[in-house]
Design a protein around this ligand. Structure first.
Ligand SMILES: Nc1ncnc2c1ncn2[C@@H]1O[C@H](COP(=O)(O)OP(=O)(O)O)[C@@H](O)[C@H]1O
Ligand SMILES: [Mg+2]
Length: 254
């Protein structure tokens, strides 16, 4: 199963991606977290890892990626990054970090002033997901950049489900409607994860949301907040995240 996590900036996408990865790994799943947020440097810390060299570095940086975009793949789908499909185990080890059954792959990162836009990374994300085969006891969790640009780039095409993380804000509610429209167009199941909510906040949000899509409601906790402030690993069990993992596994099996 490949799950894409999206939402507005600061809504908790990376937090949800990291906690879900940990929960799935504890259940014996082999988990790949694909960090496709080219502007953020937080996810690897939440997973307790060092940031590995990116997949874009592996393909020769911006220039190498652009060159490969211009030729067709030999045996894979789309542009010529992948000659044939990859499994999680075939991802070049020098481009990944690994801990406790979780592999982390960063697609690309913006390092410098004026280095150019993130389009090559978007294209690489999409083609990586299109060409990745996922086994029965494996889960891929894609953490995306804020907003909906990744939809424009077609990154969702290779995913089985979309999780939109919504914090209690008008902006998140608006975004949820836009994401619902797009996911219907591309025929992908969409679930909402409400973040930073108690019962009262949840009830207020539910007035403006399609309740059938709500897969989990995560409270605001001191532990998550403190890990976020100190940039340390999210090594905690959040009951509501376990519920989200159960929810996804039920959908996976039918
Ligand atoms: N449920 C929560 N309780 C407390 N703090 C949270 C919660 N969810 C997210 N945070 C904090 O909010 C900040 C933004 O979260 P993050 O997951 O990085 O957002 P995003 O990836 O959507 O930009 C982080 O510092 C994180 O620790
Ligand atoms: Mg993030």
């Amino acid at each position: 199963m490949k799950v894409l996590v999206c939402g507005k900036g600061g809504s908790g996408k990376s937090t949800v991606a990291a906690l879900l990865a940990k929960s799935m790994a504890k259940r014996g799943y082999r988990v790949l977290v694909a960090d496709s947020d080219e502007s953020n440097y937080g996810l690897h810390r939440q997973l307790g890892m060092e940031l590995p060299p990116t997949l874009m570095d592996h393909f020769g940086g911006r220039r190498g990626v652009k060159e490969k975009m211009g030729r067709p793949s030999q045996g894979g789908e789309g542009p010529g990054f992948f000659d044939g499909r990859w499994t999680i185990d075939e991802i070049p080890p020098e481009a990944t970090a690994e801990k406790d059954g979780i592999k982390l792959l960063a697609i690309g990162k913006i390092h410098d002033f004026g280095e150019g836009c993130a389009c090559p990374m978007g294209s690489l994300s999409r083609n990586f997901l299109d060409n990745l085969s996922v086994g029965e006891k494996e889960m891929v969790i894609v953490d995306t950049e804020a907003g909906i640009e990744h939809f424009g780039r077609g990154v969702e095409a290779g995913c089985d489900a979309i999780l939109a993380v919504l914090d209690p804000s008008f902006e998140s509610i608006l975004l949820s409607k836009k994401i619902a429209e797009i996911s219907e167009k591309i025929n992908k199941p969409l679930y909402f994860v409400l973040n930073r909510v108690d019962d009262e906040r949840k009830a207020a949000m539910m007035e403006s949301l399609d309740g059938r899509r709500v897969a989990a409601a995560i409270p605001e906790t001191e532990e998550i907040f403190r890990a976020g402030l100190s940039g340390t690993e999210l090594d905690l069990i959040v009951k509501e995240m376990e519920g989200l993992a159960d929810f996804l596994l039920l959908r996976k099996t039918g």
